[in-house]
Design a protein around this ligand. Structure first.
Ligand SMILES: N[C@@H](CCC(=O)N[C@@H](CS)C(=O)NCC(=O)O)C(=O)O
Length: 249
């Protein structure tokens, strides 16, 4: 069986899927998709990779029979759950996605919460747009485009901070266990791209400490190099309009 990951390292859900493949020690073949220039919307991508026209997508090639087949999975959460279900190291996989129903329930809860409460306020695309726009428009757009997202995200950060405060004594994990789960991974990847631009979650100390802890994991750090570089470029070239210190204080 060969796993093909179609992804890009400037895409949050792509990074989560790739980090997990590495954490689970599962070999994969990497296919970079230029999503920013519309490659996911080209017909070949929908036909051969993911009918949902998004990355990440995992294509599973099964060469074990005389009639090789390829199955495709879209949506990062589905990809990550699949990987945990088939990973050869069952013990390791169950740390990321528990098999016991009561341990699994909070992981599923926070994964479901992720899309509407953190990804919905993703500022990165808007920041990229602003990065490429005229200098005089940046301040204007910061107020109209970024401010509402920053305010929305503050509410979600407060929820996360309260959850993490409950387990402040031990390892900082969302669900309180000794090891991060898919819930930690998916949310940390999303928030880390904001940190890469230079935002600091000074008003949310538990979130800041947890994110720092996640970002120190070697695979997280390696796969995030490109987003860190992109964030630095944005900050150094034109970051003054972003309200890096005030937005989450
Ligand atoms: N809910 C999806 C989101 C995937 C997604 O939005 N991917 C973006 C890149 S970060 C994409 O493929 N965009 C291409 C497009 O909109 O054309 C997941 O978790 O996989």
């Amino acid at each position: 069986m060969t796993l093909h990951l179609y992804a890009h390292r400037l895409s949050q859900p792509s990074r989560a899927a790739e980090i997990l493949l590495r954490e689970l020690d599962m070999p994969y073949s990497w296919h970079e998709v230029d999503f920013a220039n519309g490659e996911t919307r080209e017909p070949w991508f929908a036909d051969e990779v993911n009918a949902l026209k998004t990355i990440p997508a995992l294509v599973i090639e099964d060469e074990s029979t005389g009639n090789p087949t390829a199955t495709s999975i879209g949506e990062s959460h589905a990809v990550m759950r699949y990987l945990c279900r088939v990973a050869p190291d069952r013990e390791l996989a169950s740390r990321w996605y528990p098999t016991e129903a009561l341990q699994l329930a909070p992981v599923d809860t926070w994964m479901a919460w992720h899309h509407n409460n953190v990804r919905a306020y993703d500022m990165f695309h808007d920041i990229m747009n602003l990065h490429l726009t005229l200098p005089m428009l940046k301040y204007e757009l910061q107020a109209s485009a970024l401010k509402p997202l920053q305010e929305g995200l503050c509410g979600s950060l407060a929820t996360l901070d309260a959850q993490l405060a409950q387990h402040a004594a031990g390892e900082p994990t969302l669900c309180g266990g000794p090891h991060p789960t898919l819930a930690d991974l998916t949310l940390a990847c999303e928030l880390y791209q904001i940190v890469a631009v230079g935002y600091r979650f000074t008003g949310f100390a538990h979130v800041a400490a947890w994110l720092d802890h996640m970002a120190r994991r070697p695979h997280f750090s390696d796969v995030s190099q490109e987003i860190v570089e992109q964030g630095r470029e944005i900050r150094e070239q034109s970051g003054a309009y972003l309200d890096l210190d005030g937005a989450f204080s």
